[in-house]
Design a protein around this ligand. Structure first.
Ligand SMILES: Nc1ncnc2c1ncn2[C@@H]1O[C@H](COP(=O)(O)OP(=O)(O)OP(=O)(O)O)[C@@H](O)[C@H]1O
Length: 638
């Protein structure tokens, strides 16, 4: 090796324990990822490449960090006798404290969620671990001891650190000397891993997993020694990869396999991406984008502190991870790289927020992703369905966040409806419109906490009877979406639970006549109910929208829906009191029974009717025990 890691310790080694989660992760990984063990190389190369990117970035402000050595590279070598593989980089390196913090703990959002989802089933857990990301710890799949010697750029040679662990429960750290900055990771292979001690094998793994890395990955050149009749390593280093940034290559020079591996590098995801888009944009603003849609949502997608955004490069120099300003928030699941030719190298997160170039990139990227999704929706419907299941709720936020693209986003939405089985979200608004009945001019929906509650809503009865489709909206984001998305294709979206339900255009003359008749006929009952429930309802009226239920509650066209009010209350927010309108079904036997009720019983009947309408609407009663008492009294009175 060229790096000389001296073992002369300036201070005695200190032994520290891994954080409990690390121990658990290590154990799981060794047992679950064994069949995929060569990935350790990809993870270590990925870390080394990140470390070089960080150094290059920090050296923009502080060129002294380069210590006269600006040719950043990653080297891999092995020692057959010692049975070790060593991977070294001349990147940013680690200080002692960084080594302790980064190689002894997992400090990432989503960790709790990850551990709670483990099942004990090896295959499922392996997938989860892959999704969570294993990074450095994957070394222990093939090694029973790992030694890291590292010196942070800028620190003196005697302030390097040696970190060592057998991956059981503890690690040691000691201060050592290291002439060159950067990190050297040595894996002491487990007993049966000798096949990695082979130049050909290592090269083939590196080509498969790490060809997209933009720095040279070097191994020692091998020559054929005729005397020994075997390949022998020389002291000359040669690159085993193309070593140019993948996104700068032209599309035709990049294979799908390389795109996929690059995705794994930037996203820390183990799985292949669902789709990607790679473009060079020229014009007022010049940049290259390589953006990916993952297959699966990360553990922390709903976490406020989650990593989001893409990697930002400026003229091929890495600037920052997770640049969230480069994409609108409703596309926060997108991963990838944006390389700008216009931004200054010293760009900060604050500048990103203000910059016009960034705005142009954000708009351009949103358009690209929407095109990619449109393409999936049209040409790879199964993949789109899988995308929707993972990210549909996030995409819905776009209806409010990105008014300029609202129409495009609306076309990408998928819903459950009264014509789909089991609440599957498969109906597009265009599908709905194509199935609208003659005379129907609105897109009807119902909101509720669950598909079961939505499809049992009494409001749907008349729609079923008339064969009209209703969208069942049960995601938390739906109410918010509805406050922005008012129409599609010129057809207003209309809640079936709101008053003034205008089914007139669909009613035949007979129905219209009957509506007037029953209103007249039931006037006395309506007035009686109105008096009995004066402080609880806004109004009582007769409706023909019900078939099986005796009554239902509705709210005014412009009032907040009861479902939204409940969500606000549950979230601890102020919610206005909205009195509902009680609508009664003139054809129901219970309504007929109440009509005949004596004054003494009438109050109980009226309240019962209202309470059960509220319950059917998914509400919680203000006084449930009074409801039970009333039911019992009326049952016994018979
Ligand atoms: N070669 C290296 N040079 C400098 N720092 C490193 C190196 N390898 C690892 N690190 C540090 O250790 C941290 C932990 O690495 P690890 O691979 O476990 O996780 P990660 O790369 O942050 O994320 P992931 O687990 O998703 O890959 C890194 O974030 C980095 O700070």
């Amino acid at each position: 090796m060229t790096e000389q890691a001296s073992s002369a310790t300036a201070a005695p080694a200190e032994t520290l324990g891994f954080q409990a989660e690390v121990k658990q992760l290590l154990h799981l990984m060794i047992h679950s990822l064994y069949s995929n063990k060569e990935i350790f190389l990809r993870e270590l190369v990925s870390n080394a490449s990140d470390a070089c990117d960080k150094l290059r970035f920090e050296s923009i402000d502080n060129p002294a960090l380069l210590e006269g050595d600006s040719e950043l590279r990653i080297r891999i070598d092995f020692d057959k006798d010692a049975r070790t593989i060593t991977l070294s980089d001349n990147g940013i390196g680690l200080s002692r404290d960084e080594a302790v913090a980064n190689l002894g703990t997992i400090a990432r959002s989503g960790t709790k969620e990850f551990f709670s989802r483990l099942t004990g089933d090896k295959q499922k857990d392996a997938q989860l671990i892959g999704q969570f990301g294993v990074g450095f710890y994957s070394s222990f799949i093939v090694a029973d001891k790992v030694t890291v010697v590292s010196r942070r750029a800028g620190l003196p040679a005697d302030q390097a650190v040696r970190w060592e662990s057998d991956g059981q429960g503890e690690f040691s750290v000691a201060q050592v000397e290291k002439a060159d900055r950067g990190t050297e990771v040595t894996l002491h292979l487990r007993a049966d891993e000798d096949d990695f001690l082979d130049g050909w094998r290592l090269r083939s793994v590196l080509r498969r997993y790490s060809d997209h890395i933009s720095l040279p990955i070097q191994m020692r050149k091998e020559d054929y020694d005729a005397e020994k009749s075997e390949q022998v390593r020389t002291d000359e280093w040669e690159s085993v990869n193309q070593a140019n940034a993948l996104w700068t290559r032209s599309k035709s020079d990049v294979t799908d396999e390389q795109y996929r591996e690059f995705y794994k590098h930037v996203s820390h995801d183990f799985q292949d991406p669902a789709a990607w888009t790679h473009n060079r944009v020229e014009g007022r603003s010049e940049y290259t984008q390589l953006l990916y849609i993952p297959k699966q949502a990360p553990f922390d997608m709903w976490d406020r502190d989650a990593r989001r955004g893409v990697k930002l490069y400026v003229k091929r120099v890495f600037i920052m991870d997770d640049a969230e300003q480069l994409l609108p928030s409703y596309l926060r699941f997108v991963r990838g790289v944006i390389d700008s030719a216009d931004l200054p190298l010293n760009v900060s997160r604050e500048i990103l927020q203000e910059s016009r170039d960034v705005r142009a990139i954000r708009e351009g990227s949103a358009k690209r992703i929407l095109s990619l999704l449109e393409d999936l929706a049209e040409n790879r419907q199964d993949d789109y369905a899988a995308f929707w299941a993972e990210f549909g709720q996030v995409l819905k936020e776009g209806t409010g966040e990105d008014p300029a693209n609202q129409e495009r986003i609306a076309k990408l939405l998928r819903f459950a409806s009264t014509s789909t089985e089991g609440g599957a979200q498969t109906v597009s608004l265009a599908d709905y419109v194509s199935r609208m009945k003659e005379g129907q001019d609105k897109i009807y929906y119902v909101t509720a906490d669950s598909v079961a509650a939505a499809s049992a809503s009494p409001h749907l009865e008349i729609f079923r009877k008339k064969g009209l489709e209703v969208l069942l909206l049960t995601d938390r984001v739906d109410e918010w979406m509805l406050s922005h998305l008012r129409e599609f294709d010129g057809k207003p979206l209309s809640s079936v639970a709101k008053g003034g339900l205008d089914l007139e255009s669909l009613a035949d003359d007979e129905e219209k006549k009957r509506q007037t008749e029953v209103a007249e006929q039931f006037k006395p009952l309506v007035e009686r109910l109105q008096t009995a429930l004066a402080d609880k309802v806004k109004e009582v009226r007769v409706t023909l929208r019900l078939v099986d239920s005796p009554a239902c509650v509705v709210v005014g066209e412009h009032e907040l829906s009861p479902h939204l009010l409940r969500m606000l209350k549950n979230a601890g927010q102020e919610a206005p009191e909205v009195k509902p309108v009680l609508e009664i079904n003139p054809d129901h036997a219970l309504v007929a029974r109440i009509r005949d009720a004596q004054d003494a019983e009438f109050g109980d009947w009226a309240n019962l009717l209202l309470d059960q309408a509220l319950l059917a609407d998914g509400a919680q009663l203000a006084d449930p025990s009074a409801f039970v008492k009333r039911v019992n009294a009326l049952l016994l009175a018979r």
